[in-house]
Ligand binder design. Structure first.
Ligand code: DLL
Length: 435
């Protein structure tokens, strides 16, 4: 029998979940209509008023929200709560440089911690657990999101943040850490470094990991479980909706339970935004119900997965999404950081002397993602810079890192050496085998 953090809610009958969702959806629509002019105008353009939401089926009539909408209203235009009630801000990469900013009220932080606590208990944590949080702390939601959940649970939260891997391992061993939260690729790096430092998994007290923020394969799960002697859970989330803990898989590892008392999921056709048949794959669209800072209606995540409402052997009744396998846009996730090719392009266009012909090569070397940007330089620059080419590359790399937030290797190549395409340019060559 599984343990739960909030048994009443986690095991609610479907009819009860639906009734709760309808009630909270109606309240959310009324709330955004009253407080977010952007939504009010979008609804008015569709000839809708909040009272039109009579059943859950009416969800599909509501307007879709995209990352572009967040960009158009940057930074705070979609906030529904007054700034005096916002207690925290997080942000993640936007498509062309500007960040996507989200705000949380005190209650939002509490709801987030509640959902994260449910995920940790699903990974068999309790108040005696020691949770090392090796997601980055900062504007990224990973670190603080997991941290507040661990504290809410009453476990020991260890705010390791990412990086300094040897110290991470020393803490894992010396502090008797039972749960590790980080990206799956970082967990793999930790596992390798552990052996290099002369330890084995028997030196650890680790029981489980909550790994996410990037897509990872079942093969990688098996590898992590055997190398670290743990159960590896897949945790999903996005800053626009909340952060980590929108969903996570249970011990049966057969899909990620979405906390349906706070999020209504739909799977839609990426082109029409209309719901597809149950079980079919499509674009995951999420409506937040019960969020105050920045409630989002039908947010198009662009993550591809399917949904099932079948009973799960763990006893939880909340819908399960399949492991997200890819995206319907060109966003790359490199070492847990979201990167859009258009951000790279905007840096290049500002540099001069380089051509807008470039290619991004992503590889996984020793379980860590590397990104190389190959850029054509102009004929003149190529001959002028032959000697100073390395300085020029370094300069571009510096600009790139300040915009992307992660380092990229820059390789300047001769004019006309990158293959031209007759249709869409193939900007990204992703050599990682993620699924
Ligand atoms: O990555 C939040 C998070 C932190 C989730 C820690 C899990 C653990 P963003 O930076 O806004 O937020 O990126 C969100 O990352 O739309 C997916 O494309 C991808 N993603 C997140 N979790 C998973 C996962 C955080 N488990 C974007 N599997 C999402 C696949 C994931 N992709």
């Amino acid at each position: 029998m599984d343990r739960y953090w909030n048994k009443t809610v986690e095991t609610m009958e479907r009819e009860q979940i639906r009734a709760l969702q309808l009630e909270k959806l109606r309240a959310t629509v009324e709330y955004v209509y009253a407080n977010v002019p952007y939504y009010r105008e979008k609804m008015q353009a569709k000839g809708m008023i909040p009272g039109d939401i009579k059943t859950l089926d009416n969800l599909k009539d509501l307007p879709i929200t995209t990352k572009q909408d967040l960009r158009d209203t940057y930074p705070f235009g979609l906030f529904a709560a007054p700034m005096e009630d916002i207690v925290r801000i997080h942000a993640s990469s936007g498509t062309t440089g500007k960040q996507t900013v989200v705000g949380y009220t005190r209650r939002d932080i509490d709801v987030w911690a509640e959902c994260m606590a449910r995920c940790l208990v699903m990974a068999d944590a309790d108040k005696n657990s020691r949770v090392q949080v090796s997601y980055g702390y900062g504007l990224f939601t990973g670190g603080l999101g997991a941290h507040y959940g661990a504290e809410k649970l009453g476990a020991v939260a260890i705010p390791a943040s990412s990086g300094n891997t040897q110290r991470q391992i020393t803490m894992l061993v010396d502090f008797g850490v039972t749960h590790l939260c980080c990206t799956p690729s970082y967990a793999m790096y930790i596992a390798e470094s552990l052996n290099e430092m002369g330890y084995t998994k028997d030196d650890l007290k680790l029981k489980a990991g909550c790994f996410g923020a990037e897509p990872w394969s079942e093969a990688m799960r098996a590898e992590l479980e055997s190398r670290l002697g743990i159960r590896a859970h897949d945790i999903y989330g996005l800053s626009e909706i909340m952060g980590p803990s929108v969903s996570q898989d249970c011990r049966s590892q057969s899909g990620l339970h979405i906390w349906e008392d706070y999020y209504i999921p739909e799977i839609t056709d990426p082109d029409t935004n209309m719901p597809v048949k149950e079980g079919e794959k499509g674009d995951l669209v999420i409506t937040t119900i019960g969020k105050e800072g920045i409630p989002l209606i039908r947010y198009k995540t662009r993550d591809i997965c399917s949904l099932t409402y079948e009973k799960c052997e763990c006893g939880r009744t909340h819908a399960r999404m399949s492991k997200p396998t890819g995206r319907t846009d060109d966003m790359l996730i490199i070492r847990g950081v979201n990167v859009f090719p258009s951000q790279i392009e905007s840096v290049l266009l500002k540099m001069g002397e380089v051509q807008p012909h470039y290619q991004i090569v992503v590889e996984r070397v020793n379980n860590l993602d590397t990104m190389t940007v190959e850029i054509e330089v102009s004929e003149r620059a190529f001959s002028d810079h032959v000697k100073g080419i390395e300085d020029f590359e370094r300069n571009i790399a510096k600009q790139m890192e300040s915009v992307l937030g992660i380092s990229a290797k820059i390789r300047l190549v001769e004019p006309k050496s990158i293959a031209r395409s007759e249709g869409k340019a193939k900007r990204v060559i992703d050599k990682r085998n993620l699924v």
